[in-house]
Design a protein around this ligand. Structure first.
Ligand SMILES: [Zn+2]
Length: 461
């Protein structure tokens, strides 16, 4: 063995491409070796007996909103919530920060804001609002993981939807720039029609919101996106799939050779229309949370691999924008960065049958929350793996702990709909590049050293 390790994590079961007991040796922020218990020395040690060591979660979809709407959520608060949930890399969306990230200059502003305050490592999405090869080239050269486009109103005026006539040319331009396109798929015309119909009846109950955005809204938009991607020979990613039926078009597109992936979010896997009725605006999002049968269908699709991974779509706002009885007036977005891993691991445990193999369930969570998104966006094997040479992003996780999230330990600035909820499986400690950024037993001081991670050369479909 060469130079002495800076840190050894001892006694955990490592869950990454299999599960095995190994000590993790860390030097200069990277994993230097995985060794038999006791077969090493290190300057510092962490006793992790009884815990699982997971590669840090790669959350492919967050809105930390700084600069511009830091009062909704900023890099300090958002990344702290992420770290407490076992996330070590976030991929931040180009909106609702101001200015939105649409070119090189706005990309640089976002990157600088994150470098000042983020506790976790980060990658950045750019925006795709029209056909501008110059802007796409700037974003690509700076290492954007991809670009995001809306097929319906985005909710903020500074980020327009892509027009019908621009869709195929814009997808083609993104492909030429080497960028995958993340698509918010709701059909604007159907949303308008259904909204007018529902509001016209004078309905103001909570259920009016999902009625104004029925599954058909997603089905039509996803089918259109998939067909347009094939025509443009573009790589696309469908964000926050909520309606199970929309997955049919994704499967058909894959059959036709289109490079398309799909994500869903922890709130669609955790909550149903009864929770929406109970919590109201805290669970308002678009597309909406649907009924229990749909939620269970999403779980089946995730377990079968028809959904590629889960991302939080963490999108809080200032609490007063979640006030009031009119759901149509409230901000649409759910805070979930901190509960992503516990919701998916605990939900998968609850759905496992027979003799439950905890390591297998953890392996499922690792694949769907860390390895798979890291591969999709060109960050693997630096991220998404516990292996020699990978960044030392490690989550120490107690798979047996039952616990409930309380308000003081929810770190988002927004309204957290998971407060009061019970989970199976708890993040005990989170390390980014070998440095502890979250420890359930003590407050970590001055942890903001998150680094920008550019898109790698090779991304997998
Ligand atoms: Zn989003």
């Amino acid at each position: 063995m060469s130079a002495k390790a800076d840190l050894a994590i001892r006694g955990a079961v490592v869950v990454s491409d299999g599960a095995y007991a190994r000590d993790i040796l860390i030097r200069d922020g990277r994993i230097s070796a995985l060794v038999e218990a006791g077969a090493s020395t290190a300057k510092h040690e962490i006793d992790a007996r009884g815990l699982l060591a997971l590669p840090g979660v790669v959350d492919a979809h967050v809105h930390f909103n700084e600069p511009g709407r830091t009062d909704w959520e900023g890099w300090a608060s958002g990344s702290r919530a992420a770290a407490a949930g076992g996330t070590t890399t976030v991929l931040d969306m180009p909106l609702n920060s101001v200015p939105p990230v649409l070119d090189g200059a706005s990309f640089d502003l976002k990157r600088a804001a994150a470098e000042r305050a983020s506790v976790v490592d980060f990658a950045l999405w750019g925006g795709l609002v029209d056909v501008d090869p110059g802007a796409l080239r700037e974003l690509s050269e700076r290492g954007a993981v991809g670009v995001k486009a809306f097929l319906c109103d985005s909710g903020v005026p500074e980020f327009p939807a892509i027009s019908d006539e621009d869709l195929v040319p814009a997808l083609r331009a993104a492909a030429d720039a080497g960028l995958v396109v993340a698509l918010h798929c709701e059909d604007e015309a159907l949303v308008r029609e259904a909204t007018a119909r529902v509001r016209g009846t004078g309905r103001s109950d909570v259920g009016a919101w999902p009625s104004s955005r029925p599954p058909l809204v997603e089905v039509r938009a996803v089918a259109r996106a998939c067909a347009a991607a094939r025509e443009a020979r573009a790589r696309i990613h469908i964000v926050h799939v909520s309606a199970v039926e929309a997955l049919g078009a994704v499967g058909a597109a894959r059959d036709m050779g289109t490079d398309v992936t799909a994500e869903t979010c922890p709130h669609y896997l955790t909550f149903d229309e009864d929770d929406l009725a109970g919590q109201g605006a805290a669970l308002k999002c678009a597309p909406p949370i649907r009924d229990a049968r749909n939620r269970d269908g999403l779980w089946r699709a995730l377990l079968e691999g028809r959904i590629d991974f889960v991302a939080s779509d963490h999108s809080p706002c200032s609490p007063e924008l979640k006030d009031g009885a009119d759901l149509f007036a409230a901000w649409g977005g759910v805070a979930g960065a901190q509960s992503l891993l516990p919701a998916v691991f605990g939900g998968a445990m609850a759905r496992a049958s027979g003799a439950i193999d905890v390591r297998k369930v953890a392996g499922f969570a690792v694949w769907r929350l860390s390895t798979r998104p890291a591969k999709r966006f060109g960050l693997w094997p630096r991220k998404g793996a516990i292996a020699p040479g990978s960044d030392a992003d490690v989550v120490l996780f107690d798979p047996d702990r039952e616990w409930a999230l309380d308000r003081e330990r929810s770190y988002t600035r927004g309204v957290d709909p998971y407060v009061g909820r019970s989970f199976r499986g708890k993040v005990v400690r989170t390390l980014v590049a070998g440095r502890t950024v979250y420890n359930e037993l003590e407050t970590v001081t001055n942890p903001a050293r998150g680094r920008f991670i550019g898109r790698g050369e090779v991304a997998e479909g």
